[in-house]
Design a protein around this ligand. Sequence first.
Ligand code: NAD
Ligand code: ZN
Ligand code: ZN
Length: 349
Amino acid sequence: MKALVYQGPGNTVWADVPKPAVEKPTDAVVRILRTTICGTDLHILKGDVPEVTPGRILGHEGIGVVEAVGSAVTRFKVGDRVLISCITACGKCEACKRGMYSHCADGGWILGHLIDGTQAEYVRIPHADNSLYELPAGVDESALVMLSDILPTGFEVGVLKGQVQPGQTVAIVGAGPVGLAALLTAQFFSPARLLVVDQDENRLAVARRLGATDTVNSATAPAAKTILEWTGQRGVDVAIEAVGVPATFEICQDIVAAGGHIANIGVHGRSVELHLERLWTHNVTITTGLVDTNSTPMLLKTVVSGRLDPTALITHTFRLEDVIQAYEVFGRAADHQALKVILTAESGG
Ligand SMILES: NC(=O)c1ccc[n+]([C@@H]2O[C@H](COP(=O)([O-])OP(=O)(O)OC[C@H]3O[C@@H](n4cnc5c(N)ncnc54)[C@H](O)[C@@H]3O)[C@@H](O)[C@H]2O)c1
Ligand SMILES: [Zn+2]
Ligand SMILES: [Zn+2]
């Protein structure tokens, strides 16, 4: 089969590799129908995630058809159409019992990281019963790809950990797919104001279409000062960080109101200064997290019912074999007005 193989920082190749097979009774092999590229894949290509070693097939999102199952898989059979979670969960260990699947003793974020991933014609999914979801009929399948990672990430790590409540003022720093997923799902809780910060005018325009009440371009305006002015110097109840660089975490510390929350989502490759000399009086809560994807079944229902429509996050579609071109577009998103790119396997062959 063909797959996108990581060959070290800045270097990937679309190559012939052995087709995966069931290795353990709890495994399934899935033929990929659609997959996508994550901001985290760009971090991997930059060398920010050194656990990813040359030879690894990238990708941790997608939908497909079950091709083979191990003898212990009970919830899925050959031919089932499934959503692949970016998080693998055994369902039995202490972390899984707490719903903290990201820290599963035999799983967590391993796809396209510690084991081969989904930017391929086929992928092996360990603990298939707890790591796959049945695809509902009658829903745009590209929209469902947004449920593998970005929607649960924006919702769980941004909105739920930030404890967004009705009437609040919420700022989202970073309007990439993950920040925009937080923007969409924050609206479940009816905040009064949704402020979005980014440096990409196109993404800020999308944010306004998706419910942002005000946006600020931090490349051309002082974001923190502007938000403090908008809030009468009070600041925001919840600041969601969805970039992963020191400058954006600084903005969150500058704008959080007394009693507020900073919910960090971004993958940070460098340390960040914590301004306790100012924040110690502020009664703030700072949270971090890797997505658990335990909200996926709930989010799936909201997409099926039409309450949540993630199709606006998809800007480009490529054939799977053109994945390297898709990386170029997603990696230079501002030049291409790109958000999520969908990769489609025509026949799956
Ligand atoms: N915690 C988790 O479980 C988890 C899961 C998935 C993704 N992530 C992380 O979430 C982050 C966002 O992911 P994404 O796919 O949306 O990435 P992305 O790269 O598409 O988006 C990042 C956005 O930040 C903006 N930006 C960059 N520098 C900025 C600055 N100084 N000020 C304001 N905006 C700036 C960019 O213009 C871009 O729109 C990444 O760090 C990703 O690795 C975390
Ligand atoms: Zn991801
Ligand atoms: Zn587990």
